[in-house]
Ligand binder design. Structure first.
Ligand code: ZN
Length: 125
């Protein structure tokens, strides 16, 4: 999912949670967006390049060609942050944002249209 889409959905999600968490919903929004920082780590590590435009292009056309582990998107990382959240509210808010982001990514990954994109030239256009 594009960063702009994550921002829009994250903004709506954090707005819905504002009555419960107040300004803490801002932490949820930020964590919804900055979880993708692991992409920057992977790209800059692999290509020794810190150019955001080229990084964006690389992952935009990435389509899962290579096996890349995005560490902040893993279940283990989410569980770790959630466990920390049991002791510190900040991490609980972060875990909500991370979980929301991963659910959006998973939704996009498993929608019929995204599946068709993987198996059809027509849907890739
Ligand atoms: Zn993501």
């Amino acid at each position: 999912m594009l960063p702009s889409q994550h921002f829009i959905f994250g903004f709506i999600f954090s707005l819905l949670l504002y009555p419960i968490f107040g300004l803490g919903s801002l932490i949820i929004l930020l964590s919804t967006i900055f979880i993708d920082f692991d992409h920057a780590i992977i790209y800059s590590w692999k290509f020794k390049d810190f150019n955001l435009k080229r990084m964006y292009k690389y992952f935009r056309h990435y389509n899962g060609k290579e096996k890349v582990l995005c560490i902040f998107h893993t279940a283990e990382f989410l569980i770790l942050i959630f466990i920390l959240g049991l002791f510190y509210k900040l991490f609980l808010l972060i875990s909500f944002g991370l979980l929301f982001h991963v659910v959006l990514d998973a939704y996009e990954f498993f929608t019929p249209r995204s599946y068709l994109k993987r198996i059809s030239l027509f849907f890739r256009l």
